[in-house]
Design a protein around this ligand. Structure first.
Ligand code: 13P
Length: 254
């Protein structure tokens, strides 16, 4: 269905798998193959949402090849702001696009906390991603201490103000709300808290831009989270490393 044939107020959900630093070629290819087979078998409507896989950079070509024709998109997990240059160990947005990526995750808490990236750096990376034609998936979220201090909404607002460049639109920006304390811990925000924070984010970003939730999303809690009106999808870490789990989360969108 073309854009004119659908209710523009309804945002198609996006379920993205962030494989983080996991997977050698053989297992990455097997995981991608399992997902591609299910997507192809599910037919035109897929599982009822858009799917995106963000493997480590070493697997982009392999996974991209396996996903080709399945309708599942490919994304990077991070990038440098510059198109090229003397930046040992980095990857540019143009390189990601060249490898077949349509999206890139930026400002993930593991980059913010593990690599000291602040909002100004994330902002430059988003501009770089746009230059290369990529959709930026901007991650925001508070730490446990910040939540306990009642500052969750403030922190998220500050991160958005500092990292979203002008020119943001629903076509080039996705926001992922990932409370730091919920990542990889098995803890999730209450549905009420997710709805509250995500409604606050909604007021600060371009109309129609999608807001994902991330942090210990699994097949058991996915339906509740994805059933919230303010949640336009999920950014999934650990559970994206298993075909059945990731597919079950995707199906929870329906
Ligand atoms: P988990 O799903 O493993 O908690 O990871 C979430 C995440 O960081 C996705 O980017």
């Amino acid at each position: 269905m073309g854009p004119w044939g659908r209710n523009m107020a309804v945002r198609t959900k996006l379920v993205a798998g962030n494989w983080k630093m996991n997977g050698l070629r053989e297992e990455g290819a097997a995981l991608a193959r399992g997902l591609a087979q299910r997507a192809i078998a599910a037919g035109r409507g897929g599982p009822g949402c858009e799917l995106l896989i963000c493997p480590p950079a070493s697997l982009l070509t392999t996974v991209g090849g396996v996903l080709s024709g399945s309708g599942i998109a490919l994304g990077g997990q991070d990038c440098h702001a510059a198109p090229n240059g003397a930046y040992t160990g980095d990857i540019s947005p143009e390189m990601l696009a060249d490898a077949g990526c349509s999206h890139v995750i930026l400002g993930h808490s593991e980059r913010r906390h593990g690599h000291g990236e602040g909002d100004a750096v994330v902002r430059e990376k988003i501009l770089g991603a746009w230059r290369a034609g990529l959709v930026a998936i901007l991650c925001v979220g508070e730490t446990q201490l910040q939540r306990q201090a009642g500052k969750a909404a403030d922190i998220v607002s500050i991160q958005l103000a500092g990292s979203v460049p002008s020119g943001a639109a629903s076509s080039n920006l996705v926001v992922a709300y990932e409370p730091v304390w919920a990542i990889g811990t098995g803890l999730t925000c209450t549905l009420e808290d997710i709805a509250t924070i995500q409604a606050g984010i909604r007021a600060l970003i371009p109309s129609g831009a999608r807001i994902l939730y991330g942090g210990s999303v699994n097949p058991q809690n996915a339906a509740g989270i994805l059933g919230l009106a303010e949640v336009d999808g999920a950014l999934v870490g650990g559970a994206s490393l298993d075909v059945d789990s990731f597919w079950a989360i995707a199906r929870a969108c329906g």
